[in-house]
Design a protein around this ligand. Structure first.
Ligand code: FAD
Length: 475
């Protein structure tokens, strides 16, 4: 009898799980249940009538590494190659990244000569941090915060300015709480294997599995730092939905899972708004906390681990100005928490992706990111804060950081609640406990998504693919 696999959550992780299930020769019956009225989760784009594109979630995907190449392969298979907007290595958005420190923009060094000189906001050449790394002792703890690790290996200044900003840019999180082992596993491994993280990264082993395609070779040749899609990142879930429907996957929107019960024959009875269905296997691609609330009380040990994986809220404000109003050219700037904890950074979208500007006159598009781990203290309760309040704060930042005082011709405010999971100290232990529990209890359940093994779009796609491969081995 054909088995039924239910995938819960139609974000990029759930869609990827369905994609690999549907591509297999031993395809089970696949049902995708999405709680909201659309697929894609945080991949959310606004396309205006005059041809502009505004991203409210991810905008730039990195092509590097196994995870980046795996995504490029999927994009090729979906026939989206012609939609790709690459940012080549020699583009200003690849070379110029800024920090806003002491009320001024500072370009980060992008060449060897840059690390040999003292470049503000740093008080000495960054080469000294490299030398310090070679002298530093190997860590002895199973995990430490990103900040502690970087202070130990590269010094306090790099930790307070560069790494603090980086963690805010990637995780909207606080490097003094985030786990090095889970947020930057490559650095953790590099120290374990080579003692020096610089040496460890240079000598890192080849990719496993190995990926190759014409698109991957092109990305390598042109040294893409990142890419997007012409009509916005939401094009990806749209293409996946079309593919899945073509393969007979049953897709139900506005259908949130409400409760899970284990049946006597080790299947799931899934309660939905209008009734219930039974699944031989469930792939959960909803946030960890949501899954913890669905599980029956018999699975409390699992629910307890899942509940501890918190997520932070981010205010995302897209602004459009007529003409080229930016004082610098680059990808954007990040703000360390000591400068302004509420303001995470500003992305200069029109520099990296000018093809997404509206037709006609030149324009500038910016995205201001706010809040994250500092949302409640700096902005307020995400359930009560008004969009006007967020817009006002974003416009103030654009004026003070970039000197742009013009009125934007377009402004879109989104408040994404609990949108980025935080891998805090000990996250590796929590995920290990979760995976062990699933195995030992022989639960017909796989967990995928940003809550566990990487928050980037690439990580989500890669881990969903791996979960499906494991499931097929098991089945
Ligand atoms: P989600 O997108 O959260 O999907 C989960 C889905 O489950 C949602 O559709 C939700 O509606 C659904 N759901 C919830 N509860 C239920 C229920 N009970 N029943 C059924 N369905 C349910 N990554 C990058 O690589 N590059 C970037 O530039 C980048 N920028 C980002 C900017 C922002 C503002 C944000 C928020 C994230 C960004 N990310 C970026 C991270 C990346 O976009 C996310 O980590 C990734 O999209 C998460 O995908 P997911 O499918 O795991 O989760």
């Amino acid at each position: 009898m054909q088995r039924t696999v239910v995938v819960a959550g139609g974000g990029i992780s759930g869609l990827t799980a369905c994609y690999h299930l549907a591509k297999s020769s031993s395809t089970p019956k696949i049902i995708l249940l999405e709680g909201s009225s659309r697929l894609g989760g945080w991949l959310l784009s606004t396309r205006t009538d005059d041809g502009a594109v505004f991203e409210h979630g991810p905008r730039g995907i990195r092509p590097a590494g196994s995870v980046g190449k795996n995504t490029l392969n999927m994009v090729s298979e979906l026939g989206l190659e012609d939609e790709i907007l690459p940012v080549p290595g020699d583009h200003s958005a690849s070379k110029n990244r800024y920090l806003y420190v002491n009320k001024a923009l500072h370009k980060l060094p992008s060449s060897i000569s840059g690390v040999l000189r003292t470049i503000p906001p740093f008080s000495k050449p960054l080469i000294w941090c490299g030398l310090r790394d070679f002298m530093a002792k190997r860590g002895t703890q199973p995990d430490e915060t990103v900040h502690e690790f970087v202070v130990r290996r590269l010094g306090k200044e790099v930790a307070d300015i560069a790494i603090d900003s980086l963690c805010r840019g990637v995780f909207a999180g606080d490097c003094r709480r985030l786990s090095l082992r889970s947020c930057f596993p490559i650095l953790y491994e590099a120290e374990r294997k080579r003692r020096s993280i610089i040496l460890g990264m240079v000598l890192a082993g080849g990719e496993r599995p190995h990926f190759d395609s014409a698109l991957i070779r092109r990305a390598k040749k042109e040294r893409w730092s990142q890419w997007s899609l012409r009509s916005g990142m939401e094009t990806l879930p749209e293409a996946m939905e079309e593919f899945l429907r073509g393969r007979g996957v049953q897709i139900y929107k506005d259908t949130p899972l409400q409760q899970l019960e284990r049946t006597a024959d080790n299947r799931w009875k899934i309660t939905l708004p209008g009734g219930s269905i039974v699944a031989d296997h469930l792939i959960s691609a909803v946030p960890a906390k949501v899954l913890s609330q669905l599980l029956p009380t018999s699975e409390e040990p699992l629910a307890k681990e899942l509940r501890q994986i918190e997520a932070v809220s981010v205010g995302v404000v897209n602004l459009q100005y007529e003409g080229m109003v930016l004082p610098v050219e680059g990808f954007g700037h990040l703000v360390p928490s000591f400068e302004d904890s509420t303001l995470l950074g500003i992305v200069y979208d029109s520099v990296a992706f000018p093809d997404q500007n509206h037709c006609g006159a030149a324009s500038t598009r910016l995205t201001v990111m706010m809040g994250g781990a500092w949302f409640e203290v700096g902005i307020g309760d995400p359930d009560k804060v008004s969009h006007d309040q967020i817009l006002c704060r974003a416009r103030e930042a654009v004026t003070s950081h970039l000197g742009i005082s013009e009125t934007p011709t377009r402004a879109i405010v989104k408040l994404h609640k609990a949108c980025i999971p935080q891998y805090t100290l000990g996250h590796w232990q929590r995920t290990e406990n979760i995976f062990k529990y699933l195995k030992h209890q022989m639960l017909p359940l796989s967990v995928v998504g940003a809550s566990y093994e990487g928050v980037s779009v690439n990580d989500c796609i890669f881990s969903a693919r791996n979960a499906v491969e494991k499931l097929f081995q098991y089945l």
